[in-house]
Structures are given as C-alpha cells and as structure tokens.
Design a protein. Structure first.
Length: 432
C-alpha cells in the first residue's frame, strides 16, 4: 500500500485526547498509514525487522484483519494486513455477521487476533497476559493514528469471539480474537464512548475436546444464601482518601508538539540510561498524557519507583487522578525493583520505573472478560508511556517478566487484591 505522507502531522499530546474532525470517507492510503503505524515494520537493523509497537520477546503474536465497508479506493470486503510487505491481502467478501453489534455501521472495523503459540513456546503459562499486553500497545498506536486521520477509533467492549473468529476465517483457539476496533469519521472531533449495545452476552460453553485449564468457581465464605451473595456483590467499599493523607501536587503538564508519525516510527526499546535525573515537569507531562479516560477497564493503577527525578525524593509513589502523587515509601527502592523484575538491569538503572497494577475487585466486576480488558488497558497505558518518552527525548523500555509477590511488595499492595501487570523503565537516553 502507498503510505499517506501528505496528511497533517498532529502533536502527540493533542492526538491522544481527540480525533481531528472530518466528514469524508477514510481513504485506502489513510487506512494503510494507520495499519503501518500500528503493526508495520518501521526499520530494519542487523537482519531484524523492527515494528511500530513493542512485543514481549519480539515474538509479535498479533495479527490484524480489516472489514472494509466504506473506504475510498478499497472494495468492500475482508482483508489481512501483511506487515512484511505493508499491504492488505484480500480474503473475500465482508462477512454478514461479526458478532459485534456496536460496530454495525462503521466505515471499517479492525479485528486483532493473537497466534498464541508464538508467545507460548517461550513464556508458557504467562503467554496469554503477554499476548494481550502486546495487543494493548498496538491498539494504542492504532487509536492514535486513527485520531490523526480524523477517525473515531473505539474499542468494542463486548462481542462474540467465536462468531468473530468464524467471520475472519480463524479457528478461535490457536489464533484467538482479542479485540475489535470500530472506525468512523469524527464529525465533531469529540471521542465517542460508543453506544451500549442492547445485545446480551454470557459466558460461552466450552466446546467438546477443548481444555481451558481455568477454574471459575469461587468460594467466598458467605453463608447467607443467594440474598446475601447478591447484597455483597452489589455493595461498595470506600477506599482510603489518599488525597487527604497528604499529596504532592505535580507541575502543570506541558503538551508535546512532537508528531504522532515521527514519534511512533522513532520508538525503540532502550535498555541503557545515563545516570542523570528526569525533570519533574517532564514526568508530570508524561503522566498527564497517560492518565486519559479508560478505553476498556477502569481498574488500572499507576505506581512509580522514583530513583532520579529532579525535585522529588527517591521512593515509591502512587499517581492520583487529581494529577498528584502520594508517597508510599520514602526510600531508595532501585535494588528492590530490579530484584522484583528478574534482576534486569534496565529496571535497576532506570531513573523512574512505571509499575501498572489492577484492582482485582474492579477488574473482575464484569467477570472473566475484565481480566482481558485490564491487560489491554495496561498495554495501552504502557504504550503512552513509551511514546511520551520518545516525544520528550527520553528513553524507555517495557518489561513483562517479574515476580508477582515481590512486585506487589515493591509498591506496597496486597497481591490478592491488587495485581501487578506491567513494568517499564524510563531514563535519559545514552543516544545509542
């Protein structure tokens, strides 16, 4: 596909928040640019094909399929994106049913799948969480590129996986559907959260011969019968008021004007940092760009291990929605962070370590689907952290391998109620 190089380059901070308004149809060149900035090969070095979005172990389990309905210059139909040649391969007519009513009427829908074996042969039992986090990184790039093209890029929260798999011609198990993104022109420039579908969804039965290895039963210890269980399930627990406990106000964020395309193309995972501090104003701006309204899950919590930030004492901090920090522990935690992250130097030497966690009760409030949504959301936040670093001349690297218990202890949370999902180091680039 021809890349769309004539489009106006938008600043990263601006594009993160809303799409440019447009009324005309998406062109095939613009769609090609969106796919390239999401999953395309942006550089080749030493025989390696470097992609627009990162992947654990550089295994790249994600595949992209496009259901084109109203794309200028592209016949309606089903396509698969080939990153090696940056092209769309035609697979046939657009399917009559995708299993995602919310996407009905979209100009195009992008279906993201994962070929689980690519990740599974190396990461075994943790393969699913890595594959879904990888998908989150890619989807954030797709959302950003869509905003730059003037398209509302909305993730569909609920859809029928097996119907979607059948629609695009995959088996649904070896290659499973993880996400669907709805694309349509943003006439007002305001991001739509999508109308809630009236379709009903329930946990599907396990097909004969398929072993999931997942236990769904939960013992709560509640003995008051159905009434007591329903009351407990619909009850709320007030969380500690961390702001009143003393918070640290952050400097006003400064939007970056660095362009979306240049930032994505230049993004690389850098594992070495200079022994220099990160300015507090820069960290504040990166956090503001990260902490946008959730796409799929509101369960994600932002934690920081601060080692070298000008104007901020070393320690462990939690980020608050009021754009402030709460100090969790006032001590040098670089060694503890490195130990928790499988002794990786990229974490021990970082100026700041991002640790994303998920509130278990919030995550599972919608059932098992919430588990997937949390990892997708964490991947999207993590990608904003990586892109924000590049846009501001810093270096960053995501890390998926860590000890769960040590990671929970590092940020001072109960591992049974809050699960750590993601690490990423940040520092001043060595320039190499």
């Amino acid at each position: 596909m021809q890349r769309c190089k004539g489009a106006r380059e938008r600043g990263l901070s601006d594009a993160l928040r809303s799409p440019s308004p447009r009324k005309q149809r998406l062109s095939v060149a613009e769609l090609g640019e969106m796919l390239y900035l999401s999953a395309g090969i942006t550089a080749r070095r030493g025989g390696l094909a470097l992609r627009a979005s990162p992947s654990s172990g550089a295994l790249f389990p994600s595949e992209l399929y496009v259901l084109a309905h109203k794309v200028e210059g592209l016949p309606a139909g089903l396509y698969h994106y080939d990153p090696e040649h940056n092209r769309l391969d035609a697979l046939g007519a657009a399917p009559a049913a995708l299993g995602a009513p919310q996407a009905d009427g979209a100009d195009a829908a992008v279906v993201l799948t994962a070929v689980f074996r690519r990740t599974g042969y190396k990461y075994r039992d943790r393969a699913y969480r890595y594959a879904v986090a990888d998908a989150g990184h890619l989807l954030e790039n797709l959302r950003l590129a869509g905003h730059q093209a003037g398209m509302q890029a909305t993730l569909v929260a609920r859809f029928d996986e097996m119907l979607a798999a059948k629609a695009i011609g995959v088996d649904g198990f070896e290659e499973g559907v993880l996400a669907i993104m709805d694309l349509r022109p943003a006439a007002s420039g305001v991001v739509s959260t999508g109308d809630a579908s009236r379709a009903r969804f329930a946990a599907p039965p396990v097909p004969a011969g398929v072993t999931t290895g997942v236990t769904t039963g939960v013992t709560t210890g509640v003995t008051t019968g159905v009434t007591g269980m329903v009351h407990l399930a619909t009850s709320l627990q007030r969380l500690p008021d961390e702001v009143s406990a003393g918070h640290i106000a952050l400097p006003p964020p400064e939007p970056t004007a660095a362009g979306v395309t240049d930032t994505i193309v230049q993004r690389r995972s850098q594992r070495r940092f200079l022994d220099e501090p990160v300015p507090l104003a820069t960290l504040s701006s990166m956090l503001a760009d990260m902490a946008l309204p959730p796409q799929l899950s509101g369960a994600i919590r932002i934690n920081l291990v601060v080692n070298r930030v000008a104007g901020l004492r070393p320690g462990v901090y939690r980020y608050l929605p009021q754009h402030a920090l709460v100090r969790v522990r006032d001590s040098d935690s670089a060694a503890a962070a490195q130990a928790a992250a499988l002794s990786q130097d990229v974490i021990g030497n970082a100026a700041v370590v991002l640790v994303l966690s998920a509130d278990r009760a919030h995550m599972l409030a919608e059932g098992a689907r919430g588990y997937r949504h949390a990892f997708l959301e964490a991947g999207m936040l993590g990608e904003r952290w990586l892109l924000g670093a590049v846009a501001r001349g810093l270096a960053a690297c995501p890390v998926g391998g860590f000890y769960d218990d040590e990671a929970a202890a590092l940020i001072d949370v109960d591992g049974q109620s809050q699960w750590v999902l993601h690490f990423a180091g940040l520092g001043v680039s060595t320039g190499t």
